[in-house]
Design a protein around this ligand. Structure first.
Ligand code: SF4
Length: 438
């Protein structure tokens, strides 16, 4: 089979990163090998995100720019996948005549067939949502995996309808994957050398809650922990309202479950949380944090915060800062509120000036950088278990992660890749740690 080049650019969340890995695997069977250079691509694919307006605008810019590439190399195929594809569908084919295919979030399994059609000159768009009984089609397994850490998708979609969020409209209703199918994939990955499994879903801890007959998420975590070759388990993204007592207990009695949790609060103020339709209060969020710390005292929290939600007052914003002081996040992803057309919040009067929003974001990020620095410095002199994932950027070093997920670089040879090793941390930097093998 003639080898062809696939250039794939991924925007957005880890669900998209995982989808791109599956796209690469599926297209290998058609003879496509990845290239890092857009101009070398026989097939150029953008796997897109629509969570913030900026990300969506970038996709449109890229699409406009590709007109000249198509003119110079008419044989190049151009495709759009992911959330912008889902949202805009056929309209993209009409607006960009040089675009060959549009594939939505529930239709990735159709991609090989669509690429073959595009090669034969037929343009196509597929954006229908699948019904529950076809849910296996949503989760084609990854074959031939060669990494130490692997994502395993366990559910997709979201039923929460947070007032600012477009995800339920572009990823569809929550669908949990079959329990035994997930375990089969985990065992398969483990047999290929994967040591860390990251269970993935838009709202991962509501796995099994939608009456599909699957056991709860805490049971899934326990079952994955029973696979002997799996040394570490993580999961992302959790909704604070779905942190059940059973799942919290897992952090206390499953050593393989890493002591790190992404638990997005979005705001520290109850009026804003209600306006966001988040389904928990500040007090309930902090209770969950305390319960997790009671069973795993060294657990590290990361989170997301939105600054400048419509009509957010200074006092309400300060409650977000005080929540940060209480939780002391390890890392925080923070954003200025960006209205997404079609969501409830987009109908609210947005009376805050851009200057006020940016000033609040700046204050929040300065506070977080102090907290992150304190966390990093506290590692110096400690001994950490590190799962070595691959070569580091610096020659003679390898990189891995400690339990919290922080990157650790250390002098060592490639034979360490895939091993859990004890490392003394000699220095903490802003985003990584330097260690020495014990
Ligand atoms: S939980 Fe809320 S923020 Fe997260 S994907 Fe669902 S609607 Fe969006």
């Amino acid at each position: 089979m003639q080898s062809k080049n696939l250039y794939i650019a991924t925007f957005g969340c880890q669900m998209n990163v995982n989808d791109s890995e599956r796209i690469v695997t599926m297209l290998q069977e058609l003879g496509y090998r990845t290239t890092e250079h857009l101009r070398e691509g026989d097939l150029v694919l953008f796997n897109t995100c629509t969570v913030r307006g900026g990300a969506e605008d970038k996709v449109h810019q890229h699409l406009a720019n590709l007109k000249s590439l198509k003119k110079k190399r008419p044989g190049t195929l151009i495709g759009i996948a992911g959330c912008v594809a889902q949202q805009e569908g056929d309209r993209l084919l009409a607006d960009y005549p040089w675009l060959d295919l549009v594939v939505g979030t529930h239709n990735l399994h159709l991609l090989p067939e669509m690429v073959r059609e595009a090669e034969a000159g037929r343009r196509r768009s597929e954006t229908d949502f699948l019904e529950n009984d076809t849910r296996l089609d949503l989760f084609p397994a990854i074959a031939g995996y060669r990494k130490v850490s692997a994502f395993v998708t366990v559910m997709q979609g979201c039923d929460n309808f947070c007032s600012y969020c477009i995800v339920p409209y572009v990823r569809g209703r929550e669908i949990s994957r079959r329990f035994d199918e997930i375990l089969r994939e985990v065992r398969e990955l483990a047999s290929q050398g994967v040591r860390e499994v990251v269970l993935l879903g838009q709202n991962v801890n509501s796995y099994g809650m939608k009456g599909e007959g699957e056991p709860p998420f805490s049971e899934l975590v326990r079952e994955v922990a029973r696979v002997p070759e799996v040394a570490r388990i993580r999961f992302v993204t959790s909704h604070p309202k779905d942190m059940s007592p059973e799942l919290i207990a897992c952090f206390g009695d499953i050593p393989k479950l890493c002591g790190a949790l992404h638990l997005p609060a979005q705001s520290g103020n109850n009026r804003i949380l209600a306006a966001m339709n988040r389904g928990y209060s500040r007090e309930r969020y902090l209770e969950t944090v305390r319960a997790l710390r009671a069973v795993r005292p060294d657990i590290k929290f990361t989170g997301d915060m939105i600054v400048g939600f419509p009509a957010e007052t200074e006092a309400e914003f300060e409650e977000t800062l005080s929540l940060m002081e209480e939780v002391r996040y390890f890392d925080l992803f923070s954003f200025v509120y960006s209205p997404r057309p079609g969501t409830k919040a987009a109908e609210l009067a947005d009376d805050l000036s851009k200057e006020v929003k940016l000033e609040r974001l700046d204050r929040l990020q300065k506070l977080q950088s102090i907290h992150s620095r304190v966390h990093n410095e506290s590692y110096t002199g400690t001994i950490q278990q590190v799962l070595v994932e691959g070569p580091a950027k610096r020659e003679g070093q390898v990189m891995g992660r400690c339990d919290s997920g922080r990157i650790v670089n250390l002098a060592g040879s490639p034979e360490l890749i895939g091993c859990l090793v004890n490392v003394r941390i000699v220095e903490g930097y802003a985003n990584s740690l330097l260690g020495e093998l014990l």
